[in-house]
Design a protein around this ligand. Structure first.
Ligand code: S3P
Length: 449
């Protein structure tokens, strides 16, 4: 839909998103967000390895779940055409993934590669080679290779087996108790998925609680898990019978976060975001925005297929600076780029610490947010493990770059809504990794004003 405020320009290789707010725009309307990325990956994977049929409603149709789909189709799972209404997965049954005839390509998706490695490592006598795009081939895989090798896995890769492409020769693995040095749901889930084929119990202890979608869904599919909340430990009993299930994927709070911040910073805004997953391991962004005195209300709270869901209403209010650190960080890890945008419009200095993990995401999100938001005039500086942002500078539109990182592209678009003049976001097509309709929704809420 053409709009004078939001427009797209295509060049040979990439897409530019142009945003030029008129004075006095306010964001209004009701927004439906796409399905949760983490839950979509897990539904496809567990569906593929379970016996029988899994029916997925609300699957995210972004590039990342498409990568997972292609990989598991190549290993024998039958996955119907992807759509957000209903996807049917006919699983191969635990232990029956086939050796693929070609390299498995995880694209841009760290979740696909790291979770899948746990499954591949435990499929005896089969050889798998996994790779990804430029970004994924530079992201650390040693965090999953190391514990898998402790379980007896045979994995080879570049840079001392730490970078993809990786070759995996499946083995019968042994149970371990792994004390992960980082709070990472990808690490935890990789080990638990490897533990499915193990004779015995596999335990993962993490330094702080990361998202628990794998634990919830493994239980729903029939696995036995013991969770010790006091020590952030989860123990899986190996060799369960996994049976296909119906999975209803809630909207992704990481995608809702863009609209929460947009509504909070653009004067006069009033947005309703419906069907948002509010699993407590993911709601750090709500707590941070609450600390910043944002006007956000949860409405219509309910539980859908084992995951808590709510509608969120956000209205403009003057934000205040806050501190984000410690155990809160894993619960808002993907929302830090857009929280940095919120901080640029808050009074006072916001400090984000304990977030060094952002340096090994789809881009170095600390460095990229500091330079790109800085170009727009924000007072933002990098710390070794975070960011310091002093709000109050008026932002001015200019040319910025996503660095092919979906969350950077969308965070900069939200900043542009409250900047003077035109912002041009280069390589904006990256948004389709997790949010294919981002520009349409953006257009509809500025036009609704
Ligand atoms: C994810 C876990 C997080 C998150 C990523 C999705 C998952 O990564 O950043 O977008 O689905 O398990 P880490 O486990 O590396 O923190």
């Amino acid at each position: 839909m053409p709009s004078s405020i939001v427009s797209l320009q295509d060049s040979a290789k990439s897409q530019q998103l142009l945003i030029k707010p008129t004075s006095g725009i306010a964001l209004k309307g009701s927004i439906t967000i796409p399905g949760d990325k983490s839950i979509s990956h897990r539904a496809l994977m567990l569906g593929a390895i379970a016996s029988g049929e899994t029916v997925i409603e609300g699957l995210l149709l972004g590039e990342d779940p498409r990568s997972t789909t292609a990989c598991f189709r190549a290993m024998g799972a039958e996955i119907s055409e992807l759509n957000s209404q209903q996807v049917i997965v006919k699983g191969v049954g635990l232990g029956n993934l086939q050796e693929p005839q070609d390299v498995l390509d995880a694209g841009n998706s760290g979740t696909t590669m790291r979770l899948m490695l746990g499954l591949l490592a435990s499929h005896s006598d089969r050889l798998f080679v996994v790779t990804g795009d430029n970004s994924l081939r530079s992201r650390p895989m040693s965090r999953v290779v190391k514990p898998l090798v402790q379980m007896g896995a045979h994995i080879w890769g570049r840079k001392d087996n730490s970078l993809a492409p990786l070759a995996v020769k499946g083995q019968q693995l042994k149970p371990i108790h792994y004390h992960s040095p980082i709070a990472s749901a990808q690490v935890k889930s990789c080990i638990l998925l490897a533990g499915l084929m193990v004779d015995g119990q596999t335990t993962v202890t993490e330094p702080a609680l990361s998202r628990d979608h794998s634990e919830r869904m493994l239980r729903a599919f029939g696995a036995t898990l013991d969770i010790d909340a006091a020590t952030n430990s989860v123990t899986l009993t190996g060799q369960p019978t996994l049976q296909g299930q119906k999975v209803i994927v809630p909207g992704d709070i990481s995608s809702a976060a863009f609209w929460l911040v947009a509504g909070a910073i653009v004067p006069g805004s009033d947005l309703l975001i419906t069907n948002v997953g509010v699993n407590p391991t993911r709601t750090g962004v709500l707590e941070a925005l609450e600390m910043m005195e944002a006007d956000i209300k949860r409405e219509n709270e309910r539980v859908v297929a084992g995951e808590p869901v709510a509608d969120l209403r956000v209205k403009y209010s003057q934000l205040k600076a806050c501190e984000i650190a410690g155990d809160l960080v894993p619960r808002l890890i993907d929302e830090i780029p857009v929280l940095a945008v919120a901080a640029a419009f808050a009074t006072g200095t916001t400090v984000i610490r304990d977030a060094a993990e952002l340096r090994v995401k789809e881009s170095d999100r600390l460095a990229v947010m500091a330079t790109e938001l800085g170009k727009m005039g924000a007072n933002i500086s990098e710390l070794t493990d975070g960011l310091e942002i002093t709000g109050g500078n008026k932002l001015a539109g200019t040319a910025v770059d996503s660095f092919t990182d979906h969350r950077i592209a969308m965070s900069l678009a939200i900043a542009a809504l409250n900047a003077s003049g035109q912002t041009t976001i280069h390589r904006a097509e990256a948004a389709s990794i997790s949010y294919p309709n981002f520009v349409d929704t953006l257009t509809s809420i500025v036009q609704g004003s």
